[in-house]
Write a protein that binds this ligand. Structure first.
Ligand code: ZN
Length: 157
């Protein structure tokens, strides 16, 4: 499955609210999920996160690269179906973000420093994790895409 990344802030697919994947539909989204994982694992694509609407599909599926604590150059790549941020720390951090859907744009975005997120894996198993630091930033960025929100809406002036 070849993926094409949707771009720019006035794109109606990027701006739509994506719908959850039902347990009974999980198998239908396996090829897409695998293609998204392959895309992010390819260093040529220079991405550490991808949301299904970015490849033209308004379903609540994301792939995120979470930095390993010991070695900042290594990432665990995780597929999250129907991710839900169930807790956000009051403590915030500001860092530069970019987006595969906004080529050439970069800016500072404020995010919670730590989050708790729940999701389904490809087999429909419920997963839950507390994530802090850069990984928390990546998950918040990708979950925003599922609600039609992009970083250009959040750049600090
Ligand atoms: Zn993005």
């Amino acid at each position: 499955m070849k993926l094409t990344v949707e771009t720019w802030q006035n794109n109606s697919i990027l701006r739509a609210k994506s719908t959850p994947v039902k347990q009974t539909e999980l198998h239908l989204y396996r090829p897409l999920s695998e293609a998204m994982l392959t895309y992010i694992k390819n260093p040529k694509n220079k991405g550490i996160g991808l949301a299904a609407p970015q490849v033209g599909i308004n379903k609540r599926i994301i792939v995120v690269g979470l930095p390993n604590n010991r070695d900042e150059d290594r990432y665990s790549i995780i597929l999250m179906i129907n991710p839900s941020i169930t807790r956000k720390s009051d403590e915030k951090s500001v860092d530069e973000e970019w987006c595969l859907s906004l080529p050439g744009l970069m800016g500072n975005v404020e995010r919670s420093r730590e989050i708790e997120v729940e999701w389904l894996d490809i087999k429909g198993k419920k997963m839950k994790k507390t994530i802090s630091g850069y990984g928390a930033r990546v998950v918040q960025h990708e979950v925003d895409h599922l609600d039609g929100v992009m970083i250009c809406d959040k750049f600090l002036k």
